[in-house]
Design a protein around this ligand. Structure first.
Ligand code: COA
Length: 240
């Protein structure tokens, strides 16, 4: 089977709104962007960056999907609706993934070289989700709508929210409240007391150091005065 047909067919099978493979072929922006990206990537790999970029910008203009020519994309990616999708230069996407509109596979601005995520096979990235940084998203993971993912995601895991947190793994809910130890919760009052005690110990130590320093300075600067004070102290002791 031709590769282009296989990809269009897999999209038609996954989208309940698709009427036929030909509809996908002619009218699906995600499919168009993918075909154009394959061409752009071909030129990019051969060092023809200008042509590659021109094709990618043409695809962006036509579909609202911006895929950097350097991005590595596996087979049968389905970009549904497409508008506002951005896929960065060093991003890698496995086979049979689904991406909705408004998704960014981007960098955080802190990394150099590999800056964008590596997405496994059969991953679903919902509308508006942002995956930022060179982390890995495991196979069969689901990223919830509008989630912002900044850390690696294990396989078969659903991640939602900002910042993204795992809520399901292997079909089982991850209950945050169950994972929290409800019995051995630290007492906030005793924590405050021990903080105050630490602070007082520190101040006492500092005071002792200053006292020693002061004594030394007094002995050096006015030894006569020190002798006089010592004599007075001895006299007071005798009187007692
Ligand atoms: C994440 C998603 C794929 C569902 O994955 P799932 O593994 O089946 O997870 P569930 O639906 O069982 O949800 C698990 C938990 O996450 C919560 N959740 C699901 N999606 C969420 C989201 N986008 N943001 C915040 N919380 C979300 C659920 O309320 C549930 O919480 P609970 O355990 O307290 O009840 C789905 O919710 C989603 O975001 N789909 C959007 C798809 C999309 O972009 N469609 C656009 C079509 S145009």
């Amino acid at each position: 089977m031709f590769k282009w047909y296989e990809e269009a067919k897999s999209i038609a099978e996954r989208d309940p709104a698709a009427r036929s493979v030909w509809q996908v072929f002619w009218q699906y922006p995600g499919y168009k962007a993918l075909r154009l990206h394959r061409r752009a990537h071909w030129f990019e790999k051969r060092g023809l960056h200008f042509i590659a970029r021109a094709i990618s910008q043409y695809a962006r203009h036509k579909t609202g999907i911006e895929i950097h020519p350097g991005a590595k994309i596996g087979k049968c990616l389905f970009i549904d609706h497409g508008m506002g999708v951005v896929i960065g230069e060093t991003a890698e996407i496995g086979d049979y993934c689904t991406i909705y509109h408004g998704v960014t596979l981007g960098g955080t601005g802190k990394d150099k070289g590999k800056r964008h995520p590596t997405v496994g096979n059969n991953v679903l990235i919902s509308a508006g989700a942002k995956i930022l940084g060179p982390m890995t998203i495991g196979d069969n993971a689901k990223i919830g709508a509008n989630a912002v993912v900044l850390k690696p995601v294990e396989s078969n895991t659903t991640v939602v929210g900002v910042p993204g947190r795992a809520v399901k793994r292997d079909g089982e809910r991850i209950r945050q409240s169950f994972e929290l130890d409800q019995i051995h919760v630290p007492d906030p009052v005793s924590q405050e007391f021990s903080k105050m005690r630490e602070e007082m110990d520190k101040l006492n130590r500092e005071l002792e150091e200053y006292q020693v320093l002061f004594e030394r300075m007094r002995e050096k600067l006015c030894p006569a005065l020190v002798d006089e004070i010592k004599k007075e102290e001895a006299a007071m002791k005798n009187e007692e």
